[in-house]
Ligand binder design. Structure first.
Ligand code: DON
Length: 331
């Protein structure tokens, strides 16, 4: 393959695409002004609202980055994808799906109302807080650190280093997490939590506070895009069945009550977090045309100004534009 080329026999060089992505990031920067940074976790409100960055990492090894690419941020709800995968690896899919469903809610990520109104049998999906807290309670281990060790190991295997915990963000959330406590108590009453509530919540707040970079998000995305295999070595890191299940949930539930619009207008699996990160996955696509990243890619976006659903406002617009220009939709 020609050095710096995106696809074989292509006129689409890395430099050519880089110029476009730089222009698009510049253009969508102004939309950061339309959102607000999360403040219900006090420390997250220190993020710079005008930041916007993107990292696109191809399964073919080509990476394009633009904008604010050097700002570390916490995984927040993006962690839910990976704790779900770890829970499936530890307990098996039937056990996990006996305790959390795979249905979108059409409600906010931290909705309490829908738990009662729909006569909850089990939490709707692993990505709303009720489902994520239930999944976290299934992780093996007697302490939060024990429970999270396999998650850290999975991240380290993929990223090649062990991400750290942002203890300030963790403590900030732990001290102000009344809504998650309310959800937690409801789950105790319904009998779905398998670990004691305080331990489960501590573990959940820690998983949300794992600090990563934009490049890390894109890198994690390439493994999901490649059905769980490391794109360089082709060694399986996540069993294909779990990677597929996670991607289907990202598509249907990953952007909460904006998941339908995201599927319709962007058309790729994605998961957001209130720190402003989005992980998006473009699986390999069979197209005749000369298009960028036909082999698939992982995309990380960072833009801490959020819309009302808690998703990066400029990040979604940027992803929508790129997906349209490059025909990324899986449909
Ligand atoms: O449970 C919470 O409130 C946060 N730690 C995570 C929520 C989140 O990231 C929602 N995503 N957009």
């Amino acid at each position: 393959m020609v050095q710096g080329a995106i696809n074989q026999n292509t006129k689409l060089t890395k430099d050519w695409l880089q110029n476009y992505v730089d222009d698009w990031v510049d253009f969508y920067l102004k939309h950061t002004g339309e959102g607000e940074v999360a403040s219900y976790i006090p420390l997250l409100s220190q993020a710079e609202k005008s930041h916007l960055g993107i990292s696109i990492m191809g399964i073919n090894g080509v990476t394009i980055e633009s904008g604010n690419v050097d700002i570390p941020f916490t995984l927040q709800s993006i962690s839910k994808v990976f704790t779900f995968i770890v829970a499936c690896m530890e307990r098996g899919v039937p056990y996990v799906l006996d305790r959390v469903d795979v249905e979108p809610t059409g409600q906010a990520f931290n909705s309490i109302m829908h738990l009662e109104m729909k006569q909850l049998k089990k939490p709707f999906n692993p990505f709303v807080n009720a489902g994520a807290i239930t999944v976290t309670s299934l992780l093996n281990g007697k302490t939060s650190d024990e429970k999270l060790e396999p998650l850290f190991q999975l991240l380290e295997t993929i990223l090649g280093y062990r991400p750290s915990l942002n203890t300030d963000v963790f403590e900030s959330e732990r001290e102000t997490s009344m809504r998650n406590r309310a959800i937690g108590y409801y789950l105790v009453e319904t009998g779905y939590l398998e670990s004691e509530l305080e331990l489960t919540l501590e573990t959940y707040f820690k998983q949300c506070s794992i600090e990563i970079s934009l490049q890390d998000l894109a890198h994690l995305g390439t493994v999901l895009a490649n059905d769980g295999r490391d794109p360089k070595t082709e060694i399986e890191i996540i069993p294909k069945q779990f990677a597929r299940l996670a991607k289907s949930l990202m598509l249907t539930c990953g952007m909460y009550d904006a998941s339908g619009k995201f599927a319709a207008y962007v058309g790729i699996p994605a998961k957001s977090g209130v720190s402003g990160g989005i992980i998006a996955v473009s699986p390999p696509r069979a197209r005749q045309e000369d298009l960028p990243f036909l082999e698939g890619c992982g995309i990380g976006v960072y833009g801490p100004a959020l819309d009302k659903q808690g998703n990066s406002i400029a990040g979604i617009k940027l992803l929508r534009h790129i997906a349209k220009q490059w025909d990324l939709s899986i449909f």
